[in-house]
Each structure stands twice: as C-alpha cells, then as structure tokens.
Design a protein around this ligand. Sequence first.
Ligand code: COA
Length: 273
Amino acid sequence: MLDVPNTTEKSFADGKILKSVTEGVGVITFNNPDKRNAMSLDMWEGLGHALIELRDDGEVRVVILTGAGDKAFVSGADISQFEKTRHNAQASEEYSRRSAAQRALLADFPKPIIACIRGFCLGGGMQVAMAADIRIASENSQFGIPAAKLGIAYGYDGLKHLVSLVGPSQARLLMYTGMRIPSAEARRIGLVDRVVPDAELWDATMEIARTISNNAPLAIKAAKITIAQVLKDRTDRDMDAIKQIGLACMDSEDFREGRRAFMEKRKPQFRGH
Ligand code: COA
C-alpha cells in the first residue's frame, strides 16, 4: 500500500474520491481499488469538487493526485459505463460535456499539481497524470493509452499533452499500438519526471511537495503561468498575463522577504503576497 497519511477530511462520489490536507499539501486519492481506480463520471465530478476546495483553501500550496491501493493510479475511464454513456457519437458528446468542467478545472488549476503514480496509469489515467504539472512514478508502474484496442478516439487535450511531453513520433507509437510501457521507458521518453523505488514513492513525492510549498507562491505561479503560455500557439499567448504576474512578483512582500532572508542567512517565510 502507498503510505498516504490516513487523514481523509472529506470524500466525494460515494467515497471514491478522497480529499485531505497535510502540512499545507492537498491530497486527492482515486479510491476504487477493486476496479483499479477506473474513473466513472461520478468520480470526475467528485474530482472537480475536491479540486475547487483545494484551490480555494489558502493553506494549500500544492496538490498531490494519487491512487488507492498498490495496483493502479487510474486504469482509465470506467469501461463498464461505456455501454450506457459512450456507446455512440451522441452519447460520447454528452459524456465529454459532463466531464468538461472538471477537465478545465484541472487544466486551469492555479497551484502546482503532482501526480504520484503507482501501478497502472492508463487511458483516462494518463489524461489526468499528463494534466498534472509533475509526474513521479514508482518503478513498477505501467503506462499506456489503449484507445486503439477499444476503438475510441483519444481527445485533443490528452493528445496535446502527450505530444508536448514525448514528441509526435513516440505519441504515434503509443497511440497506434496501444502498448503499455514500464516506468523506465516512460522516464526515458519524458512521460514521467522521476522514477523511484516502490517503497519510496510517497516520501519522494511529499519531499518535492514540501519543497514547493516552502517556496514563494507568487514565483511558482509566475512559472506556472509562463510555462502554460509557452506551450500555447503564438497567436493564443497572453503575454500580458506573464507581464502582470512578473510585476506582482517583483513588487511582492515575499520578494523582499527572500532578499532579506538571503542576506541574514536564514530560511525565508513566504506568505504568498
Ligand atoms: N474500467 C472498468 N473496470 C475496470 C477497468 C476499467 N478501465 N480496469 C480494470 N477494471 C476492473 C476489471 O474489470 C476487474 O473487474 P472484476 O474484478 O469485476 O472482473 C477489476 O477491475 C480488476 O481488473 P483485472 O483486469 O482483473 O486486473 P489486472 O491487474 O489483471 O489488470 C488492467 C489490470 C488495468 C491492466 C486491466 O484491468 C485492464 O486492461 N483494464 C482496462 C484498461 C483500459 O483499457 N483503460 C482505458 C479505458 S479508456
């Protein structure tokens, strides 16, 4: 089992999405281990509620997404719902519409998100993991997008993330074959950022989360906004947003605190303004 602290404060989707806050780090757990944490529409909605609460919680500076149990992060969309919710183009449109708000929340989330991945990370699980800012995986994980094995199309957002992480050629290889690749290969092609031994996954993820949460929130926000704009087409880029967050940083109390702490040889205490 992943050593996630047992401090669930709230649950959504009949307990299939858990939310907790520990040391200023928000944790969302996909909790349907019997189905390898396959994502139902209810879970998408629950994920949305949990994200909104963590977004609006001033104590939370970074969020970790993880899967319950030791077998999977998320094994994809819940295929058992497909006969009812995604059996044709019209139903699929409705399915996309119902999860669109939650996907947008994930895409526009203002704080860093880390995906902590153990076991299977497939299909919709990849979509969630790729929407995170950073991916840390245990050695025994497996990654893949078996859309071609099911006969479904993987949407624009997911493929955009995939192409930007691994490039068009590796994206084609993964999509055309539907193959599953192990962590080492995922690391090699840039799908995940760090691979650690299974027993160290939670501590390694928390260490990165803690480091982020001790840093200056505005500077992190500036990096997040700027990197997101770099990934957009030139014509869609909001250069003004980059400029405004840059100015806010340079005028911030935290920048003053960062300078002082350096000169006084002490740890800075950042407040986010
Ligand atoms: N949707 C619905 N149920 C799923 C699921 C999914 N995406 N992934 C796993 N499950 C269910 C299985 O049906 C099984 O249910 P059962 O116990 O009632 O038979 C249970 O989870 C355990 O899965 P099982 O296949 O027995 O476990 P495994 O460890 O041998 O294999 C996977 C795990 C994830 C590799 C395999 O279940 C799988 O290939 N799942 C589908 C992955 C997929 O195509 N995802 C993309 C969807 S778009």
